[in-house]
Design a protein around this ligand. Structure first.
Ligand SMILES: [Zn+2]
Length: 732
C-alpha cells in the first residue's frame, strides 16, 4: 500500500462528485447553461474565393453542410476581400460581387437550416488603395518598403501593432455585426502559435525605441534580452487585440465570440498558456500532414491544446484537400487519411471543423468522406461529450524548450555542430507511449500545480531543458507527495530562457550531478547492463544496449546503485578497429531511485530522441519498462493483441469511452494512408473508476453491443476487430 491509495482516493472522490451532480440534475446534459460554442459538436467551412459570387448557390452549398449535421458553419465575411456590399472605406469588395450579397445569402441559407454562423475574416493583408490611404497600417521591411504577399504581390501585410487592428478591423466587425449578427468571428492566420514577426513600421519602431531598448533579432533568440522583452510586449498585444475583438463580437450579441487561429502541433513559440487564458475557444489550424510526419500528430495537437484549455472548447480544422508536399488545394486527400484525421480529432476530445476551398469544386470526393464520418458522430453524440480523461500518466509539454532551445530560427538547435529538432525528444517518448499502449495527458509546464497533477500517478519529462524555478519546485513537490517521475537528458539544466544553472534544477531528484558539458553526437556508444532491475527485463541474450547519441556527463554512481552504465564510443569503421577501448565505467546511463512510494527514473542521455531517430526498439522498450515501473502496475486500461494504436479513455455523459485509433499501416510515418489494415481481436480490461457498474458495452463503429464481464472493479471484453477507429462506449 502506498501513495497510490491517496491518488486512487482522489480519483474516486472526483468521479463520485461528477456522477452525483449528473444524477442530481435528473439526467440533464452538462451542456446546459454553457455558451453555444461550448456545446458545438461538429462544424464545417467552405472558404470562398473571390470569384465565388459569380456561381455559388447558397441552398445547394448549405444543403451539403446541413447533411453533415453540423452545428455551425464558417463563412467568409471580409478582411482581405468583402463578400457583402461593405461601406467601410478600403475594405475591398470582391471584384465579382456585382449587386450580390454572397455572405448575406449564405448566412440566410444557414439560418434556414438551423445552423449557427461564424464570420470567417482575414486581418493579415489589404490592397494597394489601403496602403496609399493608410501607409501606417502596414508592416515594413528595414528599408521601409511594404511587405507583399509572395504569391499575390498585389496584397500587402498589415501590422498587428498598427491601427489596422484597432480601428479598421473593428469597423468591419461592427458593420457585419449590425447587418448580420453572426454567432462569432474567426480570423484566419492570426495570431498563430509560431515565431514572432519583426516589423519596421512607425508603430513598431516606436516600441523598439521606447520599450525594448533596441530592435529585436529577426530569428527566435531567447538569449537576447531585447528579444525577451519584445516577447512579452508581443504576447501582451495579442491578448489585448483578442480581448478587444471578443468585446466587439459581443456588442450586438452577448453570446457571440471571437476565436483566433492557433495550432502548430507541438511546435509552438507563442506562449499557449497565455493564449489559453484569453481564448474562450481554441481553434487548432492543424489540417493535415506532409513530409515524414507521423500519423498521430493530429491527436498530439489535441493533447497540446488540452494542456491549456482543460476541457474548454477546442476545434481542429480538417483539410479535406491534399495539404501535402507539394500542395493541391483543389483535389481531395484519400478518404482513409481524412477519416483517420477526423478520428484523431474526436478521440483527443476536439471538435471537428471540416474544410474545403471554393464554392464550385470539380473534385467532390471529399464530400462523402466528411458526410459518412459526421453522420456517425451525430448518431453517437452523447458518447463524445467528455467530462475528464481517465489517464493516470502526465507528460510535461515542454514549451520553453521547444520554443527556445538555443534556437537560431524557430525549430533548430545546434548541439556540438549537429542540428537538433527540439520536438524530437517529445516525439520519441510519444512513440514509445503508443507502443506501450499507455493512457496519458499532456500537462503544460506552466500548469504544474498540485491540483493539476493530482489525478496522475507519474509525470514524464522529455528533455524539458528549460524550466522555471517554480516549475522545478512543482515537480519536486509532486515527487515528495508520492508521485513518480521520469526525466531525460538536459531536463532542468537551464531556466525558461536558457540561462544555465550550476547543476540540474532537479539534481536532488535525479540523484546525480552535472559533471561536464553535453557529450556527442556519438554513434557506436553503448549502455552496459550491470545488474538486474525490473526496468531491464526483456533483454535476455545481451548485456549491451544501444547508447544515446548525446548525453550529459554526470557524476559517477557506486557499484550497488549502478544498473546501466555508459560504454564510451569507439570506432565503427574499419571492422578491425571496432572494439571497445573502455569496457566499463561508473558513469550511469540511467538512474533508478525510490523514495517511499515515489519512483524516479533519470536518463542522462537523449534516449527518446535517439529512439525516434534510429528506430531501434531496445530504446523504446527501455522507456516502456520505465513507465510501467513508475506506475507500479496501476494501468487504467490494458489492451492485448497485435497492432500499433493510440488510446484515449474518457469519462463521458453516459459513462465511459475507450477510443482506439488503428495506426497499423505502412503509411504511419509517411503520408498518405490509402487503406486500412484491420487489427483484432483485442482483449481489453478497463479499471472502473470508483468501482462503477456498467450496463452495456457497445462498439460504436462496429455498431453492436459486446459481451463483457464485470468483477473486482474491472470490465473485460473482446473487441473483435478495428478497421480505422473504434469507440467502445461503456454506459452506466
Ligand atoms: Zn509594425
Amino acid at each position: 500500500m502506498s501513495s497510490m491509495t491517496r491518488r486512487e482516493f482522489m480519483a474516486v472522490s472526483a468521479g463520485s462528485l461528477l456522477i452525483a451532480s449528473s444524477s442530481d440534475s435528473a439526467g440533464q446534459s452538462l451542456d446546459q447553461g454553457k455558451p453555444w460554442y461550448a456545446t458545438m459538436r461538429r462544424c464545417g467551412q467552405i472558404n470562398f474565393n473571390e470569384t465565388d459570387p459569380l456561381t455559388m448557390n447558397p441552398d445547394a452549398g448549405m444543403d451539403y453542410w446541413a447533411s453533415l449535421k453540423v452545428n455551425a458553419v464558417l463563412l467568409n465575411g471580409g478582411g482581405i476581400v468583402a463578400f457583402y456590399p461593405t461601406q467601410v472605406p478600403y475594405h475591398h469588395r470582391s471584384e465579382f460581387l456585382g449587386s450580390r450579397d454572397l455572405f448575406g445569402d449564405m448566412v440566410a441559407a444557414a439560418r434556414k437550416r438551423g445552423l449557427r454562423v461564424v464570420a470567417r475574416m482575414d486581418c493579415n493583408y489589404a490592397y494597394q488603395e489601403a496602403l496609399e490611404a493608410h501607409p501606417e497600417w502596414f508592416e515594413r521591411n528595414r528599408d521601409g518598403s511594404p511587405r507583399r504577399e509572395p504569391e499575390c504581390p498585389w496584397l500587402f501585410k498589415t501590422c498587428m501593432f498598427s491601427p489596422y487592428f484597432t480601428d479598421q478591423m473593428p469597423a468591419i466587425y461592427r458593420e457585419i455585426n449590425q447587418r448580420y449578427s453572426p454567432d462569432g468571428f474567426f480570423t484566419n492566420g492570426w495570431p498563430s502559435t509560431g515565431p514572432l514577426g519583426i516589423c519596421y513600421c512607425p508603430a513598431c519602431q516606436k516600441i523598439y525605441r521606447n520599450e525594448t531598448d533596441g530592435v529585436p533579432p529577426e530569428m527566435t533568440d531567447a538569449r537576447s534580452p531585447i528579444y525577451r522583452k519584445y516577447y512579452e510586449i508581443y504576447m501582451n498585444r495579442v491578448v489585448q487585440i483578442w480581448k478587444l475583438w471578443d468585446g466587439i463580437a459581443k456588442e450586438k450579441n452577448p453570446e457571440s465570440v471571437y476565436v483566433g487561429n492557433l495550432g502548430g502541433g507541438i511546435y509552438t513559440t507563442k506562449d499557449i498558456k497565455q493564449l489559453g487564458e484569453v481564448a474562450a475557444w481554441f481553434n487548432a489550424d492543424h489540417q493535415g500532414r506532409s513530409g515524414n510526419s507521423p500519423l498521430w500528430i493530429c491527436a498530439q495537437q489535441g493533447r497540446v491544446a488540452q494542456s491549456v484549455m482543460a476541457g474548454r472548447t477546442i476545434t481542429n480544422v480538417i483539410g479535406a484537400y491534399s495539404n501535402s508536399q507539394p500542395l493541391w488545394r483543389h483535389v481531395s486527400k484519400p478518404p482513409a487519411e481524412t477519416t483517420l484525421w477526423m478520428a484523431q480529432v474526436t478521440a483527443s476530445g476536439m471538435v471537428p471543423w471540416y474544410h474545403w476551398l471554393g464554392g464550385s469544386p470539380e473534385d467532390k470526393r471529399w464530400r462523402e468522406t466528411g458526410r459518412a464520418f459526421y453522420d456517425w458522430l451525430a448518431l453517437n453524440e452523447p458518447h463524445f461529450r467528455n467530462r475528464r480523461s481517465l489517464a493516470n500518466l502526465a507528460v510535461l509539454y515542454p514549451q520553453s524548450t521547444i520554443a527556445f532551445y538555443q534556437t537560431q530560427g524557430a525549430r533548430e538547435r545546434r548541439l556540438n555542430g549537429e542540428i537538433i529538432d527540439p520536438g524530437e525528444y517529445l516525439q520519441g517518448l510519444y512513440h514509445a507511449l503508443l507502443e506501450g499502449r499507455f493512457l496519458f495527458d499532456f500537462i503544460h509546464q506552466e500548469n504544474l500545480t498540485p491540483e493539476a497533477l493530482r489525478p496522475y500517478r507519474a509525470l514524464l519529462i522529455p528533455n524539458a531543458a528549460y524550466l522555471r524555478d517554480r516549475e522545478c519546485e512543482a515537480v519536486r513537490h509532486f515527487v515528495t507527495s508520492g508521485g513518480s517521475l521520469l526525466a531525460t537528458f538536459e531536463t532542468s539544466r537551464y531556466n525558461e530562457w536558457g540561462e544555465q544553472r550550476e547543476d540540474f534544477g532537479l539534481a536532488d531528484l535525479f540523484g546525480v550531478h552535472v559533471a561536464g558539458e553535453v557529450i556527442g553526437p556519438h554513434w557506436n556508444s553503448y549502455m552496459h547492463i550491470d545488474q538486474p532491475h525490473t526496468i531491464l527485463q526483456g533483454f535476455a541474450g545481451t548485456t549491451l544496449l544501444p547508447g544515446p547519441e548525446f548525453r550529459v556527463k554526470v557524476s559517477p554512481l557506486n557499484a550497488e546503485s549502478l544498473h546501466l552504465s555508459i560504454v564510451p564510443t569507439y570506432p565503427a569503421f574499419p571492422p578491425e578497429m571496432v572494439y571497445p577501448r573502455v569496457r566499463r565505467t561508473q558513469e550511469p546511463a540511467a538512474v533508478f531511485r525510490q523514495f517511499g512510494d515515489a519512483r524516479v527514473v533519470y536518463f542522462p542521455g537523449d534516449i527518446a530522441r535517439t529512439s525516434w531517430r534510429s528506430g531501434n526498439p531496445d530504446l523504446s522498450h527501455l522507456l516502456i519498462n520505465s513507465v510501467r515501473w513508475l506506475l507500479g502496475g496501476q494501468l487504467p486500461v490494458s489492451v492485448q493483441g497485435e497492432g500499433m494504436m493510440e488510446l484515449f479513455a474518457w469519462e463521458t455523459e453516459p459513462g465511459y469511452s475507450l477510443h482506439v485509433l488503428n495506426y497499423t499501416n505502412p503509411h504511419m510515418t509517411k503520408p498518405f494512408v490509402r487503406e486500412f489494415y484491420r487489427i483484432g481481436p483485442l482483449h481489453v480490461e478497463l479499471k472502473m473508476p470508483g468501482g462503477k457498474h456498467i450496463s452495456t458495452v457497445k462498439a460504436l463503429r462496429l455498431g453492436r453491443e459486446l459481451p463483457f464481464t464485470q468483477a473486482a472493479g474491472r470490465v473485460t471484453f473482446e473487441l473483435p476487430s478495428v478497421r480505422d477507429y473504434e469507440v467502445v462506449a461503456l454506459s452506466l
